[in-house]
Design a protein around this ligand. Structure first.
Ligand SMILES: [Zn+2]
Length: 193
């Protein structure tokens, strides 16, 4: 995962660096635990250490997601989330794991209730693949764009695209063909690195 979320304006939100640090720590503690003898005192101590790091990660991730969702809801009238991408990608095990690790579902839930609390619009869109493949400039559709292709050039008009930004723009223009001046659109979705 290179980014946690990305918007149609091209803003990219990274997973916070401390999260990676804690996760590395968790891996080490888990390895230590696996080497301890079953039923021993040391194993018990080691298990407590693992649980402690686990809790820390959960709390920090929730805090990060609360702050980011708050900011996104404050800055946008309409929040349009590509969430079904998770379902589409479940076939790819390592990717599905990465997505569940960053708690995408939980993040979308936060966006939804914060948006609805303020009378803003929350939408989920099921158009990831089609919108990835369509050029936002000339609407030419390429026949195939595999997940590993992060950047591509439109064969028709020659525009150079970042896959995710192009998809986000397409989703925005489909949902709101004549965007009003006062409506900010946000599309965010998971991205695999
Ligand atoms: Zn084009």
């Amino acid at each position: 995962m290179t980014h946690f979320a990305i918007t149609s304006e091209g803003s990219k939100f990274d997973n916070p660096k401390w999260l990676t640090k804690h996760e590395r720590n968790l891996k080490i503690k888990q390895q230590q635990l696996s080497r301890k003898q079953k039923g021993s005192n040391n194993r018990n101590k080691s298990r407590k250490k693992v649980a402690k790091v686990h809790n820390k990660i959960t709390r920090c991730r929730e805090d990060f997601q609360h702050k980011l969702s708050r900011r996104i809801v404050n800055e946008n009238q309409v929040i349009c989330v590509e969430s079904l991408v998770v379902r589409n990608m479940v076939r790819n095990c390592s990717l599905a794991k990465a997505i569940s690790q960053v708690g995408w579902g939980q993040f979308c839930t936060m966006l939804k209730y914060k948006a609805e609390n303020e009378g803003k619009i929350y939408l989920e869109v099921d158009r990831f693949f089609a919108s990835s493949k369509t050029c936002n400039n000339c609407l030419y559709q390429v026949s195939d764009l595999t997940l590993d292709v992060r950047r591509w050039d439109c064969p028709s008009c020659g525009t150079h695209h970042d896959r995710d930004i192009n998809a986000a723009r397409n989703i925005r223009s489909e949902e709101d063909p004549k965007p009003s001046l006062h409506t900010n659109w946000l599309v965010c979705f998971t991205r695999c690195g």
